[in-house]
Design a protein around this ligand. Structure first.
Ligand code: GTP
Ligand code: MG
Length: 575
């Protein structure tokens, strides 16, 4: 197995034998991270970006983040009216300089994201903006790049129909998704469709970086050189429209931080307040910035300071974007996990497809939840998918140890004593020769976890092997970097049991010819759910009842029983 992902001096990506249909997926998947498609984008810019993509191949997450951050700095967010005249709006704004891109979206009102070609244009626009004149209320005089367009009366008729094309910021509801999936011709196509429908769009991704940049302006009151970076599913390639925005306050850029004292001669250093621990520094910083966000941050509501958590954070809702935000500081390991997940997603298009599908399936059945509790988290679920892909024969993705062995000197990273080193140059990683279809992989994923010995074994993506469980928690998934920790420590036996039962039933459903073949449909008719659509339905609708008894029956008996129940159900429908 180790040899499958050996070091290779040649640029190997793009020369593998992956099935053709996956190339389509790969192209579309890059939508959300900055190459194709954008509303209101000029042809010329579109071509430039295309050429750039050709040249660069796969960009590192680091390069992507830098590019997005810079774009965000040149952007403003404007609350406008749904009947705003787009042409006049753009003409008005372009008095401050060339507009590179813009788009509209809806979230508690209509908003426009406007990216100028130069940062001076933003300064000029802010210079010309007025303080609101509200007679009966007082306002905090904090100026930001979140603005409101007023004086619409001059050109926009109140009767004028909205002509603005708004970019969607949420996913299609599950029932609609099930119908759309049922119109596809194969399970592979269904999985591709789901991935395309759920992934973050180019616009949503831009908006996430813009919100980070707006928050940075608040934090900059104390730390002018700070950066606020998104991490987690906003940037790891597995984000679904509507997912939360995890942010990291990075203070490492503060100049002088890495300046070494000379061994002799005069020198100066800053006087700084000392604290008991790094944790208490993080808590103080987040407490103060949380207060600022609460008191001064336009559009930031419901601010909660959760400073005693293992990873202290400030949680709030950013109304203009509709994002639920978590701001952390000093959270470098999570940043590394994000990079790792991004890298795995870039290695093979099947990784993202499978993760999206499993995440969607888990959410549809309440295996995961947006409320913290004993549920399996999306992060744990993603690690489970990665582990499964490492266990295929031949493996689809390398183990973390193999990625560490491919690392160059610049990749070396040790955070709080944890080795977080792994290769960043994708061209050093050999593509897998595994050509299994998405349909097969999905079915095998359910089979794999339906029969996994959770009681004794631990999931370990560093080694790519099951290991003996070091603790009694029902589900043990080793934290890839802080290896003594279990990322699924919160999961209780009931939730694990539900997951296993659902895996069994979903595997069974996908194997049945009643459910795994496309049902003929005519345009306009509601199509009969089949394939992936079936496993997203509540199981009783799909004709399956989870019972402990059945789970202990041999597979053949179980299948016989379930076939029987499906047959009865169909007969009932006919009669
Ligand atoms: P969704 O927000 O559910 O879409 O997914 P997410 O991947 O963003 O998960 P979440 O917001 O819970 O966490 C954000 C990031 O923090 C993850 O992507 C991981 O990088 C990291 N993270 C979350 N939980 C853990 C954990 O238990 N251990 C470690 N090491 N990292 C975690
Ligand atoms: Mg998240």
């Amino acid at each position: 197995m180790a040899s499958s992902f050996a070091v290779c001096g040649l640029h190997l990506r793009g020369r593998g034998s992956l099935v053709k249909c996956l190339q389509k997926v790969e192209t579309s998947l890059h939508r959300s991270i900055g190459t194709n498609v954008v509303a209101a984008q000029t042809e010329a810019t579109r071509k430039d970006e295309g050429d750039e993509k050709e040249k660069d191949g796969h960009k590192s997450l680091y390069a992507l983040q830098a590019e997005r951050q810079e774009q965000a700095e040149r952007s403003v967010l404007i609350s406008c009216h749904s009947r705003t005249n787009e042409k006049k709006f753009l003409k008005y704004l372009s008095r401050h300089g060339e507009i590179k891109k813009h788009f509209f979206y809806e979230s508690y009102g209509t908003y426009a994201v406007v990216e100028f070609a130069n940062q001076e244009s933003v300064a000029s626009l802010l210079e010309g903006a007025a303080i609101p004149s509200i007679s009966h209320e007082c306002t905090v005089p904090f100026k930001s790049r979140l603005l409101s367009l007023s004086n619409l009366g001059s050109g926009d008729s109140p009767n004028q129909k909205s002509g603005l094309q708004c970019q969607p910021q949420t996913t299609v509801p599950i029932n609609e998704l099930i119908q759309r999936l049922s119109r596809e011709e194969s399970i592979d196509q269904q999985i591709t469709f789901l991935t395309e429908a759920y992934q973050l769009t180019e616009e949503n991704s831009r908006l996430r970086f813009l919100v980070c940049s707006l928050l940075k302006d608040i934090a900059a009151a104390y730390f002018p050189e700070c950066i606020i970076k998104p991490f987690g599913s906003s940037v790891n390639g597995f984000g679904k429209l509507g997912c939360d925005l995890d942010m990291f306050l990075d203070l490492d850029g503060i100049s002088g931080r890495n300046v070494k004292m000379p061994k002799s001669g005069l020198s100066l250093e800053y006087q700084m307040k000392r604290a008991n621990s790094e944790r208490s520094v993080t808590q103080s910083i987040l407490s103060v910035i949380g207060e600022c966000v609460d008191q001064f941050g336009p559009g930031c509501v419901g601010v909660q300071k959760i400073l005693n958590a293992r990873c202290p954070l400030v949680r709030f809702a950013h109304q203009p974007s509709g994002f639920q935000c978590d701001l952390t500081a000093n959270n470098r390991v999570a940043m590394k996990s994000t990079e790792l997940l991004y890298l795995y997603g870039e290695l093979d298009p099947r990784v993202r497809c499978l993760v999206f599908t499993v995440r969607c399936w888990a959410r549809a059945h309440g295996v995961t939840s947006s409320i913290p509790g004993a549920w399996i988290t999306n992060f744990s679920l993603t690690v489970m998918v990665l582990f499964f892909l490492q266990r295929r024969s031949p493996p689809i993705i390398p183990t973390l140890d193999q990625l560490r062995d491919l690392a160059g000197p610049a990749d070396k990273s040790v955070i709080e004593g944890n080795d977080c080193t792994f290769v960043s140059d994708l061209s050093k990683i050999q593509l897998s020769s595994n050509t299994e279809t998405l349909e097969r992989l999905l079915c095998e994923f359910f089979e794999f976890y339906a029969t996994f010995t959770f009681s004794r074994r631990s999931i370990n993506i560093r080694k790519g092997k099951e290991q003996n469980k070091p603790e009694v928690a029902p589900l043990h998934i080793q934290n890839p970097f802080e290896t003594s920790l279990n990322v699924s420590k919160n999961v209780n036996a009931t939730q694990l049991d539900r997951f296993v039962a659902l895996c069994q039933e979903s595997a069974w459903l996908l194997q049945q010819s009643e459910t795994n073949t496309p049902k003929g449909h005519r345009e306009g008719n509601t199509p009969t759910p089949w394939g992936l659509a079936t496993i997203l339905l509540p199981l009783h609708v799909a004709g399956v009842k989870i019972s402990k008894k059945r789970r202990r029956e041999p597979a053949s008996d179980r299948i016989k029983g379930l076939l029987e129940s499906l047959k009865n159900k169909n007969q009932q429908k006919v009669s």
